[in-house]
Design a protein around this ligand. Structure first.
Ligand code: PGA
Length: 255
């Protein structure tokens, strides 16, 4: 059975010490939760320490970005193999902050996603429209373009493993989440495209999760929508009690 997938994206918050303290406390809170896939995404510097702190628990670790080359003269970059060696199982690719501030394109997203799989990491690929695009009724076109170009060349098997995060840019860090109906509409569209382009089985297996101002008080309404398989949580994952609430309220038994 496909379990809800909840990932906390810490962005550029938390030192190594903060991350370890959080994980140690959090793992005891979530130790009996076997019906949610729980992932935390610290910064690169805290990746390995967070992995060690989470060892033998039900918490997996994700990086927030990667570079597609295996190694080489690429100052400042970190490869998929290095991330895997540090203990991560997942890597976020194409977050809108990377697209906006660091020039990420659908082409680079695609190279990164393929490099992630090649190193044994599962990518969490982010897509989503800006407010302007939504207001111009371009949402579905934007999603189609991001899916087509970003996931180009993925095998059916890779597609089945994928975590695809629908994150409307206007909802990220704004406190203004998509309504459950808006999320459901976008997710239904995405799933339909995945079916069309990658086949029914892969489309059903992959997780399509929602991100953008997810909080303890709105998670349940979002995660109970058809085709919403979990959440990517930014700000609200920084507080471990709040994130524990989000994980708890995502449990199939709770929804
Ligand atoms: P937010 O961020 O929950 O703070 O809106 C979501 C994200 O950026 O993944």
């Amino acid at each position: 059975m496909k379990l809800p997938f909840i990932c906390g994206n810490w962005k550029m918050y938390k030192t190594v010490a903060d991350a370890v303290k959080y994980v140690k406390e959090f793992r005891s809170l979530v130790k009996d939760i076997t019906d949610v896939e729980i992932v935390l995404a610290p910064t690169f510097t805290a990746l390995h320490a967070a992995f060690e702190a989470a060892r033998n628990s039900n918490i997996a670790i994700s990086a927030q970005d990667l570079y597609w080359e295996r190694e080489g003269a690429f100052t400042g970059e970190v490869s998929a193999a290095m991330i895997r060696e540090a203990g991560a199982e997942y890597v976020i690719v194409g977050h809108s902050e990377r697209r906006t501030f660091f020039g990420e394109t659908d082409t680079s997203v695609n190279r990164k996603a393929l490099a992630a799989y090649a190193a044994g990491l599962t990518p969490i690929v982010c897509i989503g429209e800006t407010l302007d695009q939504r207001e111009r009724s371009e949402t579905f076109d934007v999603l189609d373009r991001q899916i087509k170009a970003g996931l180009d060349g993925l095998t059916t098997e890779q597609m089945g493993l994928l975590v695809l995060a629908y994150e409307p840019v206007w909802a990220i860090g704004t406190g203004r989440n998509a309504t459950p109906a808006q999320a459901a509409e976008a997710h239904a569209h995405i799933r339909q495209r995945l079916r069309q382009w990658f086949g029914a089985e892969a489309a059903a297996q992959c997780h399509v999760i929602y991100g953008g101002s997810v909080k303890p008080d709105n998670i349940r309404d979002l995660v109970t929508q058809p085709d919403v398989d979990g959440a990517l949580v930014g700000g609200a994952s920084l507080d471990l009690r709040g994130f524990f609430e989000i994980v708890s309220r995502s449990r199939p038994a709770a929804v």
